[in-house]
Design a protein around this ligand. Structure first.
Ligand SMILES: *[C@@H]1O[C@H](CO)[C@@H](O)[C@H](O)[C@H]1NC(C)=O
Ligand SMILES: *[C@@H]1O[C@H](CO)[C@@H](O)[C@H](O)[C@H]1NC(C)=O
Ligand SMILES: *[C@@H]1O[C@H](CO)[C@@H](O)[C@H](O)[C@H]1NC(C)=O
Ligand SMILES: *[C@@H]1O[C@H](CO)[C@@H](O)[C@H](O)[C@H]1NC(C)=O
Ligand SMILES: *[C@@H]1O[C@H](CO)[C@@H](O)[C@H](O)[C@H]1NC(C)=O
Ligand SMILES: *[C@@H]1O[C@H](CO)[C@@H](O)[C@H](O)[C@H]1NC(C)=O
Ligand SMILES: *[C@@H]1O[C@H](CO)[C@@H](O)[C@H](O)[C@H]1NC(C)=O
Ligand SMILES: *[C@@H]1O[C@H](CO)[C@@H](O)[C@H](O)[C@H]1NC(C)=O
Ligand SMILES: *[C@@H]1O[C@H](CO)[C@@H](O)[C@H](O)[C@H]1NC(C)=O
Ligand SMILES: *[C@@H]1O[C@H](CO)[C@@H](O)[C@H](O)[C@H]1NC(C)=O
Ligand SMILES: *[C@@H]1O[C@H](CO)[C@@H](O)[C@H](O)[C@H]1NC(C)=O
Ligand SMILES: *[C@@H]1O[C@H](CO)[C@@H](O)[C@H](O)[C@H]1NC(C)=O
Length: 827
């Protein structure tokens, strides 16, 4: 056996070396960080390490500058070092911005413009360069900047034009952030001799409660100091070296900070090394000195590239015959899954612990669906740290977060979906030093105990949940407080949260009572099914579908929300569908779309909707009528739910409908906020052909967009391979006809995580017509209930559907305006 095994390995590694013309350096060239830098993608397109805390970029004043920089032509307000990526709501972070001048008019410091509102300046579009670990841009003033980062430290290099008079460039450091959230008593101290600037300021989180304090330490390099000091509002002086500044009474924080002028204008430019810390300026200085000791730009840049290269190395695709834009789409999506969350280990002032600390879970409602499951495959070591951090947050804060940024609790959007993150990691066998007993206690805490403030953590309405089996519309809830809306989407999410708790309980063992209790509660979604609920289009026509989830009061009377409200086609732009207290009973989506959110019991749902044919028909209607919108996360699983109805071919067709049409490798190429990489993970997992149903050991199989994909497990070192036979780069032949797993015929339309850890080989033979592969009841993914109504016959070919969609091929990338009332508030 051993001999045969190694012979086989030798053979296959030779084979695959020939088949994959790539190495890990190649993967980096396919990353374009500017994808999603316009049209509301809100990505952070600057320089960072994987999960880095230092994120350097030029900040602009455009409307969608949540991630700092956009390619929408705003003006540059400064260069800052902390950012989040892809978020909605208020712009996030962007603290302690630098701003450069070649010289001050008439050589007078007071004639340089200090306030952000007036100093901002256009940039040269063609000068923008964004690569993993690197960002460069030139300003219309002739100043050019490039930047790279280490874990907590950014290195900026500014090159100044020669000004005629001029040998005296000036840099200012502003105690500001993107959202102008700075609170009272920010400080800065400027050291006359060394030029070092240190200080701190208190800021507000961009989508959460409380506040946080950031510290910095900036050093300058490359030219001698002429003078330095502080500025307040529009005036500066080298006679003053320390500043403590108020927020001011009228909203906008008073401009204030430090400045430094140099005696010369070296051709190599001037460098600024600025580190940030959440502990102290001393700690920031220590990070700066240890991470970038010599101001070596190239070495720092190369180290960042190497870190990214290593992260992307485990996944290789065959590019044969494929349009390069798809390869770029794929690797850029992967890249974005590792920009956020951020590794703040050693930077958490809130508790002492030897556990890792990650932040910018922004939000788990977005990332539990495919981003964190993707990292379970590609970067399980980091995901393990994230899970340990979530559990440690429960230990010290009392609750798992649902959303978290800059040390603050973020707002909960629906259920307690950290439960799903933990269950997913548990079920997929992550173990390295994760205290699963505490992890289990954390999810039980969510399921059983109501927090006082469930806008920030846990679940609301637990008394009703336990007594009535649903969250009532206008619940009577005096134990904890949060926005009393979303009763339908909360019920559906809580039910699934309980489902995954039961899965964990099963795995841990000896918890039969819990298994029974949470399995039973996981069926609570059924309590909101109103079987005679009809749905009419906004022109009055009947959609023809009857039976939807609906809000229900505690007294058992049904609420009456139109099933299409808050859908993409809802014409009412004023409708409130987010966290406002005037919101609907569904969060950022419609009753129609939430009608599919029963991830633990698709068989039960299919039966409820009248069997697989009726289910497929309804799912088609959801997509074909634009009721769902692929730019928001609840749509993700709906693309692949055909698998549960025995129609895996339709999942493949749907995923090709959305990619690349709605996800193209262009600046405006994302259909909505990237949400910390959630959209990126949707692209990556759809294109690799295995999509997760998170919280379950299930990946739904569709043919990869490449002839082959191989993924080397960072934990076991084994390589899993998915290979398409009859691969068709024009994507007409996207239907699995037959499959083998490690050479043995395989008819299930799903596969479990051992595929990755044990390095199996899945070979899919493709054809142009739907086949009977994966359509029988025994081929379907696990579900709580029995599948009923299946007779093992495929209902027709998909030719008709294809033709319908192809006629829409001219469709461009949708503007976020299409979302109407839903768009603005999305997080
Ligand atoms: C990896 O690919 C790059 C770019 O094609 C090439 O220059 C380099 O030599 C390759 N490295 C290895 C180890 O194959
Ligand atoms: C940028 O600033 C320039 C003036 O410096 C102004 O003319 C222009 O309108 C600004 N652009 C934007 C997008 O605000
Ligand atoms: C250069 O010096 C001249 C004479 O002092 C002054 O008028 C002009 O404004 C200066 N230019 C700049 C860019 O500082
Ligand atoms: C800010 O500083 C002033 C003066 O030192 C002090 O009176 C005030 O309490 C401080 N405010 C805050 C919010 O710490
Ligand atoms: C590759 O895809 C891009 C973007 O969709 C398209 O513009 C280009 O024409 C395609 N190239 C080929 C050779 O098909
Ligand atoms: C997180 O950061 C800490 C401290 O910088 C480092 O030791 C650790 O390896 C990092 N963890 C991951 C998963 O990158
Ligand atoms: C309403 O719109 C649907 C879909 O566009 C269409 O099929 C139907 O005929 C319209 N009904 C009326 C009454 O206009
Ligand atoms: C139940 O409560 C709702 C909301 O308060 C109310 O409109 C309805 O009339 C009540 N139904 C009954 C049967 O009392
Ligand atoms: C769906 O939206 C697209 C893009 O706006 C549009 O072209 C198409 O006609 C819409 N379909 C329906 C059925 O409204
Ligand atoms: C595929 O389906 C089409 C139309 O439904 C049919 O004409 C064709 O013969 C089928 N091809 C194969 C290979 O079965
Ligand atoms: C069985 O399959 C046939 C052919 O596709 C279909 O017409 C019929 O409705 C199916 N029966 C059930 C019970 O789904
Ligand atoms: C497949 O299902 C659709 C919708 O229920 C039905 O109209 C059609 O006749 C079925 N086709 C076959 C071949 O059974």
């Amino acid at each position: 056996m051993a001999l045969n095994g190694s012979l086989f390995l030798l053979f296959s590694s030779i084979f695959y070396r020939a088949a994959y013309a790539q190495n890990s350096t190649d993967n980096l060239q396919y990353v374009d960080p500017l994808i999603g830098s316009a049209n509301g993608g809100n990505v952070f397109p600057g320089a960072t390490l994987p999960y880095g805390m230092a994120k350097a970029v030029a900040d602009v004043d455009s409307d969608s500058n949540q991630g700092g920089f956009t390619t929408e032509g705003g003006n540059v307000t400064g260069f800052s070092t902390m950012h989040d990526s892809g978020t909605g709501g208020n712009p996030s972070l962007g603290n302690f911005a630098l701003f450069p001048y070649a010289a001050c008019p008439r050589d007078d410091v007071n004639r340089c413009t200090f306030p952000k509102t007036t100093r901002k300046i256009p940039y040269v579009s063609s000068s923008v360069v964004a690569k993993p670990g690197y960002f460069a841009i030139s300003l219309s003033s002739g100043v050019s900047a490039d930047m790279t980062t280490a874990q907590h430290t950014s290195l900026f290099r500014f090159k100044f034009p020669t000004t005629g008079n001029g040998t005296s460039p000036l840099l200012l450091l502003d105690l500001t952030d993107l959202a102008d959230s700075r609170q009272d008593n920010a400080t800065i101290s400027v050291d006359a001799e060394s030029g070092r600037m240190t200080g701190s300021a208190r800021f507000l989180p961009s989508f959460g409660s409380g506040n946080w304090v950031g510290y910095f330490c900036a050093d300058f390099h490359g030219a001698d100091i002429r003078d330095n000091g502080i500025f307040a509002n529009t005036r500066a002086s080298s006679a003053v070296k320390d500043l403590q500044i108020s927020r001011s009474i009228n909203g906008y924080p008073l401009p204030g900070g430090g400045f430094i002028r140099f005696t010369s204008n070296p051709a190599d430019g001037v460098m600024v090394r600025i580190a940030v810390s959440l502990i102290s300026s001393e700690q920031a200085c220590k990070s700066a000195e240890s991470e970038i000791p010599e101001f070596d730009f190239d070495a720092t840049h190369q180290a960042a590239e190497a870190a990214w290269s290593e992260k992307l190395a485990p996944i290789t695709v065959s590019t044969t015959g494929v349009n390069t834009s798809l390869v770029t789409n794929f690797y850029s999506g992967i890249y974005r899954t590792m920009v956020n969350p951020q590794n703040y280990t050693g930077e958490n002032p809130k508790w002492q612990s030897s556990e890792p600390y990650f932040d910018s879970f922004y939000c788990l409602w977005d990332s539990f669906r495919s981003q964190l499951p993707f990292l379970t495959i590609l970067d399980p070591v980091s995901l393990t740290s994230m899970i340990r951090s979530l559990i440690d947050t429960y230990v010290h804060d009392g609750w798992l977060p649902d959303c978290h940024m800059s040390l603050c609790k973020g707002y909960t959007q629906g259920g307690s979906n950290a439960d799903v993150v933990l269950a997913d990691g548990y079920i997929k066998g992550l173990s390295d030093d994760i205290d699963w007993a505490k992890g289990y206690a954390a999810v039980i805490n969510d399921a059983e105990n109501e927090p006082y403030d469930w806008s920030n953590e846990g679940r609301g309405g637990l008394d009703s949940w336990k007594a009535l089996g649903y969250i009532p519309t206008q619940d009577f809830d005096y134990k904890g407080f949060g926005t009393l809306t979303r009763s339908v989407s909360r019920t559906l999410e809580y039910a699934y949260n309980d489902f995954v708790v039961a899965q964990m309980a099963k795995g841990i063992g000896g918890k039969d009572e819990d298994v029974e209790k949470y399995t039973e509660r996981s069926s609570n979604w059924q309590n909101l099914y109103k079987k005679d609920q009809k749905s009419f289009l906004f022109n009055g026509s009947d959609t023809g579908y009857t039976g939807f989830f609906q809000g229900k009061y505690a007294n058992g009377t049904w609420h009456n929300q139109d099933p299409l409200w808050c859908s993409t086609i809802d014409p009412n732009n004023q409708r409130v569908c987010s966290l406002q207290n005037t919101g609907q009973e569904t969060f950022e989506s419609s009753l129609w779309e939430y009608g599919f959110y029963v991830p633990g019991d698709q068989a039960g749902l299919i039966t409820l909707y009248g069997g697989p044919t009726a289910f497929v028909d309804r799912l088609n209607y959801l997509h074909d009528q634009n009721i769902t919108y692929i730019g928001n996360e609840p749509s993700f699983l709906t693309v692949f739910q055909y698998h549960y109805a025995g129609r895996p071919a339709l999942s493949a067709l749907r995923s090709h409908f959305y990619i690349p049409r709605y996800f193209s490798p262009t600046h405006a190429g994302l259909p909505g906020n990237d949400d910390s990489g959630a959209m990126g993970s949707f692209v990556a997992m759809s294109m690799m052909g295995l999509f997760p149903n998170p919280g379950q050991n299930v990946y739904l199989i569709t043919p990869p967009f490449f002839e082959s994909v191989s993924i080397k497990s960072p934990l076991t070192g084994k390589t899993a391979v998915i290979r398409n036979v009859n691969f068709d780069p024009s994507y007409q032949a996207i239907y699995v006809q037959s499959a083998t797993l490690d050479g043995v015929p395989y008819t299930k339309n799903w596969i479990d995580h051992s595929f990755f850890t044990e390095g199996k080989e899945l070979v899919l033979t493709l054809g142009r017509n739907e086949s009977s592969w994966g359509t029988k009841v025994e081929d379907l993914p696990p579900s709580l209930s029995e599948y009923t109504g299946f007779n093992g016959t495929v209902n027709g070919t998909v030719g008709e559907t294809v033709r319908r969609w192809e006629s829409r091929a001219a469709l461009g990338s949708m503007k976020s305006g299409v979302l109407g009332g839903v768009g603005k508030e999305m997080v």
